[in-house]
Design a protein around this ligand. Structure first.
Ligand SMILES: Cc1cc2nc3c(=O)[nH]c(=O)nc-3n(C[C@H](O)[C@H](O)[C@H](O)COP(=O)(O)O)c2cc1C
Length: 291
């Protein structure tokens, strides 16, 4: 698939065919599903969401119906013209390979590997370049579609992990997943989230995402898909200038599905006003033009 445009990020409304369809109708160029594992998983007990400082903390715990059940939703989406990217995870290489094998029968446009959920067991994979390379190359061996590796800003060296994903055969990297965070209720005197620790997303993480995309896109040859806090068309432009070929939007969708059309309209007007012919001309322009 072409790595361009504005996509729904994994985990937000991407769980059933019906909600995915609504997102598509609202203007998303592609949708990434909720991360799906081998077996059904309940996730953590609540509360699983909390707002904090203009962002959203979540500790959903990778709740999902499992790949076999989710296949039914994928079947319903087959007739849709918008690309569906299947996000998958596995607690071991063997497990993610099995999920990937099962996934390809649903003919996703691409597979996104969630190697980086900050509040689940799999959170450690994308901290290690070696593990990341092995996860990616093992999946690449058994699928015939593009594979994207989703990275974490919580890694001490995200560029080393991105390079390892590229070495392993990733067709693109996705940056960023959420940042580890928490909220404490000052009256109940205890953490708000059921899991105590969650992942922070939304507008406050945007500068972190921009930094990660900026660093990755200068060091990698594969495309970088930017995600993290994008809420307005100005954010999208900044993310492209940092080096994002395509952009995913997650938390901002909660405020309204019109975010996709607003962002696309704003980007189009900006390009015209600034005299650019298309988005490719601005991807990475901030570092290409800086000595
Ligand atoms: C409620 C919620 C659930 C999420 N679930 C997933 C998931 O299943 N897999 C995944 O790779 N990322 C998941 N994410 C992370 C998002 O895909 C995205 O990387 C992150 O939220 C930053 O983008 P945003 O600020 O636009 O939301 C989730 C985020 C939220 C808020």
């Amino acid at each position: 698939m072409k790595i361009r445009g504005y996509w729904l990020a994994s985990g937000i409304l991407g769980v059933t065919a019906a909600t995915i369809e609504r997102v598509v109708e609202s203007g998303a160029d592609a949708v990434v599903t909720k991360s799906i594992g081998l077996h059904p998983r309940k996730g953590y007990s609540g509360p699983i969401l909390a707002t904090s400082h203009g962002g959203l903390l979540n500790a959903v715990g990778l709740a999902n119906p499992g790949i076999d059940a989710f296949g039914e939703e994928m079947e319903l989406l087959k007739s849709k013209r918008v690309p569906v990217i299947l996000s998958i995870f596995g607690n071991t290489i063997e497990e993610i390979v099995e999920v990937a094998r099962k996934s390809v029968q649903f003919k996703p446009a691409a597979i996104e590997l969630n190697l980086s959920c900050p509040h689940a067991e799999i959170g450690q994979i994308a901290h290690s370049p070696d593990l990341t390379r092995r996860y990616v190359s093992s999946v690449k061996e058994v699928v015939d579609c593009q594979v994207f590796a989703k990275l974490t800003p919580n890694a001490s060296d995200i560029v080393a992990v991105g390079k390892a994903a590229e070495d392993g055969g990733a067709d693109a990297v996705v940056a960023i997943n959420t940042l580890r965070g928490m909220k404490i209720d000052i009256h109940q005197i205890r953490p708000v989230l059921g899991n105590k620790i969650g992942g922070l997303s939304g507008h406050p993480v945007f500068p972190v995402a921009v930094r990660c995309v900026y660093d990755l896109s200068q060091s990698l040859t594969v495309p970088v898909i930017g995600v993290g806090g994008v809420t307005t068309w100005e954010d999208a432009i900044e993310m492209h200038l940092a080096g994002a070929d395509a952009i995913q939007i997650g938390t901002a969708v909660v405020e309204g599905l019109d975010v996709f059309s607003r962002v696309k309209e704003g980007v189009k007007d900006y390009l015209k006003e600034m005299g650019f012919r298309n988005v490719s001309e601005i991807v990475g322009a901030s570092w290409r033009s800086t000595p």
